[in-house]
Design a protein around this ligand. Sequence first.
Ligand code: FPP
Length: 246
Amino acid sequence: MAGLKEEINLDNLPKHIAVIMDGNGRWAKMKGKLRTFGHESGVKAVRETVESCAELGVSYLTLYAFSTENWNRPKFEINALMSLLVSTIASETKTLMKNNIRLQTIGDTLSLPSKCQRELKEAIDTTAGNTRMTLVLALSYSSRWEITKAVKEISADVQSGKLKEISESTIAQYLDTAGMPDPELLIRTSGEHRISNFLLWQISYAELFFTDVLWPDFRKEHLYEAILSYQGRERRFGKTSEQLSA
Ligand code: FPP
């Protein structure tokens, strides 16, 4: 797969790439190891993806790191994931600063352990002024949770008279992703062809890219492959091919 990077048209990059990082558990099982070893090994893939998106000039990268549904996993695995998050954020903040990358989160972060919340807040505050790329971690996130919260806030604001009309952009402004461009490319690893409650509103027009690669094996070349596939597609937004070329 050497040389894929050179084939990418830098004038037609997705501004926002979203990734469902899947397959850590299966990767570990295939090696006869605990699932948590798969998560630990997934950090290298996170690093590679963040680095290559920043190098190329992608503006937003959103990673689905922990879903609302993941709270149903065994306590041991949840604790391991939270510790991994804390240690990775603590150790990677320097790299984010060096590379001018801003960290943000979406999701019900108040439900995370307080140590995790503290570490996240520190990294978010420290990197707040960085401008090269925004790395968004979806934590305790699910689209239905996000949309339900938005609907509650919208109805409260309508009741209080603060909000008079509801348009598509009103809804977008009440989502956790307010102010971010919608993802143009969604990547899911591990051969599963599902969206799993991720950015349902925001991916309305995203191109979907599924790969059999398990997340811990995901490397820069796989990202390049996804971007090239995106660039090879015709994005019609409901129009016809003829209208687009006219
Ligand atoms: C899905 O694999 C992966 C997760 C639920 C967690 C992703 C977390 C990381 C890659 C580690 C740390 C991340 C950051 C941002 C520091 P799975 O467990 O569902 O795998 P399976 O489908 O094979 O069981």
